[in-house]
Design a protein around this ligand. Structure first.
Ligand code: SF4
Ligand code: SF4
Length: 121
């Protein structure tokens, strides 16, 4: 239904990716830093959430998760990724991948990256 390995990582560019305390603990363990350091380094408090993943610049989507490799287009902390990332998009379809597949077929361009910039959000 979708193939993340053929996708430029649109879901990792969502402006609001909220994680929980256990996710922060996992990130802290993975990076061998204290919980407080992980909070400061990897998260920010915004949009009513205590822990949002920090972001960085991305050539395709404007901004993307700080843990995303913008060259290889993949997560750099896959084993330690937060629960939200583990469960997304669930067992059904991925709407973005449907859109991307349609664009790639329509443009006859299997490498096409359908650009949706929501960096202002
Ligand atoms: S947007 Fe969909 S296909 Fe792309 S990486 Fe995320 S879940 Fe996978
Ligand atoms: S932690 Fe990994 S899977 Fe989750 S949003 Fe960031 S780059 Fe994507």
């Amino acid at each position: 239904m979708y193939n993340c390995s053929k996708c430029p990582g649109f879901c990792c560019s969502y402006p609001v990716i909220a994680i929980n305390k256990r996710d922060v603990e996992r990130l802290a363990r993975y990076h061998e830093v204290s919980f407080d350091t992980a909070v400061k380094r990897f998260t920010k408090r915004a949009h009513g959430h205590k822990y949002l993943l920090r972001r960085k610049a991305d050539p395709h989507f404007g901004k993307i998760c700080r843990f995303f490799d913008t060259e290889a287009r993949r997560c750099t902390i896959y084993k330690a990724r937060p629960s939200t990332c583990r469960s997304y998009p669930g067992p059904g379809r991925c709407g973005y991948y449907d859109f991307l597949s349609f664009e790639r077929r329509a443009q006859n361009d299997p490498e096409r990256v359908a650009v949706t910039d929501h960096s202002e959000n």
